[in-house]
Design a protein around this ligand. Sequence first.
Ligand code: FES
Length: 144
Amino acid sequence: MTWTIKKMGFTYSEKVMDHFANPRNVGEIENADGIGEVGNSKCGDIMKMYLKIDGDTITDVKFKTFGCGAAIATSSMATELIKGKSIDNALNLTNKAVMEALDGLPPVKVHCSVLAEEAIKSALSDYYRKQGIDPEPMVGKIED
Ligand code: FES
């Protein structure tokens, strides 16, 4: 694990800083098949995720995050990890996997990666609802 960059008293990996400085898949998708928005009431950060789905494949994903650098980096990495993959793959994406892909996060920033996992699940819930399917059996309970 590379812990190189110190910022605001936290030490971040190069990958976190890269995804924060050059976030991938930022924006909105017009006519998205699923839109999810989640927030953390303690820090006030908000993450919005847009999915385009064709059959079983997530063909496009974009995000908008109003939050800390780690929230932006985890959103960016999460979109990269699900783009072009199956719905099942996205449903199984954990915040731990997002953190590992970023070479870790400082302990106080773990909740930012939880937001990324929840945003994807919230967008998939919306997708299922639009299809007339109850999302809870597949996605679980999402506070949105
Ligand atoms: Fe709350 Fe990062 S500090 S999402």
